[in-house]
Design a protein around this ligand. Structure first.
Ligand SMILES: Cc1ncc(COP(=O)(O)O)c(C=O)c1O
Length: 361
């Protein structure tokens, strides 16, 4: 069965309504968005530039691309901006025209929808290896000789598992040798403070078949604004992506956001200090429940397995807390869940609610 966009976990309105809860009454742990919210610097920029709405955005997005390029020490020509990471996932699926694609299972559902007319080969991740991906990807590549694109999510959503830079270089080398496009979705990578030692951005020059997708969405808490970008040193790929894009797909405010957000060091530093404290707090709290097997998180969400038969999402929803059931991810059963790391107050509420659920009250 093809997965539709409507089945994404963050869309809890319907379920909440069914239980007589309004959006305001529910603590949403299902969407992995930075709880610091929209950066003040962005609010100021948008307010100060409201009148720019009377003009079309600059069609080539030169200033935006230049800022992203300088942030990553690349050239403007290596940066293709998009209306969220999603537009670029669908864009690259189109331009590579891949007929046989390797995807992780489980992983983010949109790759499968983007490569809808390709044969999909799954690198099936298992709990026995803590959902580690590299070895399985390499083995699948060795076995399947006619793959023309590999699309990986690093860190993977929903498991949070990382493929190390060293492992990814091995995968990229094999892909390069066999003319296979390697697409890496690094939508959550910026939540890792030392992401330069994990991201494949430093290897773009070495691997012309490599394309990396990033998003402003999660880290800067702007899923409603829509801004992502793709990085590649492959001129043909970059040109094809630029040629096929619809004009003005990035709105004026998203264009401005991308030009200022990397300079908001206060927000960036606050995010790192919130995350290092709260991820540890929530992880420690969750591991304290014998009912749960919790996987060590790398970024701003935590993946776990419930060891007893219980509809945990429903149990928590009636207590005003919404978590992501991972039952609709390929390769996962209904006892897998994912929660976002939120503020201390919210994380404590989740832990208290779990305490009540598991003690049977
Ligand atoms: C791994 C991953 N990539 C991309 C996206 C989509 O990002 P955007 O909202 O920037 O299109 C998501 C959203 O959930 C995601 O989890």
């Amino acid at each position: 069965m093809k997965i539709t966009a409507a089945s994404h976990g963050g869309n809890y309105n319907e379920l909440a309504k069914k239980h007589g809860l309004t959006k305001e009454m529910v603590l949403d742990f299902s969407a992995n968005i930075n709880p610091l919210g929209v950066p003040a610097s962005l609010k100021q920029t948008i307010t100060a530039n409201l009148d720019q709405l009377v003009e079309y955005p600059e069609p080539d997005y030169l200033a935006l691309r230049a800022r992203i390029a300088s942030f990553h020490q690349l050239d403007l020509a290596n940066v293709i901006p998009g209306n969220g990471a999603t537009e670029l996932i669908f864009g690259i699926a189109k331009v590579t025209k891949a007929q046989k694609v390797l995807l992780l299972a489980p992983t983010f559902a949109e790759y499968e929808r983007a490569f809808f007319d390709a044969e999909i080969v799954y690198a099936e991740l298992t709990n026995e290896t803590h959902f580690a991906a590299a070895k399985i990807v390499l083995a699948t590549l060795e076995r399947e000789t006619d793959i023309d694109a590999v699309c990986l999510c690093n860190p993977n959503n929903p498991t949070g598992q990382l493929i190390s830079q060293q492992e990814m270089v091995q995968i990229a080398s094999l892909c390069e040798k066999r003319n296979i496009y390697l697409i890496i979705d690094e939508a959550f990578m910026d939540f890792l403070e030392d992401n330069e030692t994990i991201s494949m951005i430093p290897y773009l020059q070495q691997f012309p078949h490599l394309a990396i997708i990033r998003a402003f969405t999660k880290f800067f808490a702007i899923p409603g604004l829509r801004l992502g970008y793709l990085l590649t040193k492959n001129d043909l790929l970059a040109e094809a992506l630029l040629q096929m894009r619809e004009p003005w797909s990035i709105n004026t405010f998203a264009d401005l956001a991308g030009q200022i957000l990397f300079d908001d060091t206060d927000y960036i530093n606050q995010t790192y200090s919130w995350l290092s404290a709260e991820r540890e707090f929530l992880y420690e709290g969750l591991t304290g429940f014998p009912e749960l097997t919790v996987y060590r998180p790398s970024v701003n969400y935590i993946f776990f397995h419930l060891e007893k038969p219980l509809d945990l999402r429903k149990e928590l929803l009636v207590k005003g807390i919404f978590i992501r059931s991972c039952a609709n991810y390929r390769g996962l059963s209904e006892n897998y869940y994912r929660v976002a790391v939120k503020s201390r107050d919210d994380n404590s509420q989740l832990l208290s609610a779990l305490e009540v659920v598991f003690s049977g009250n």
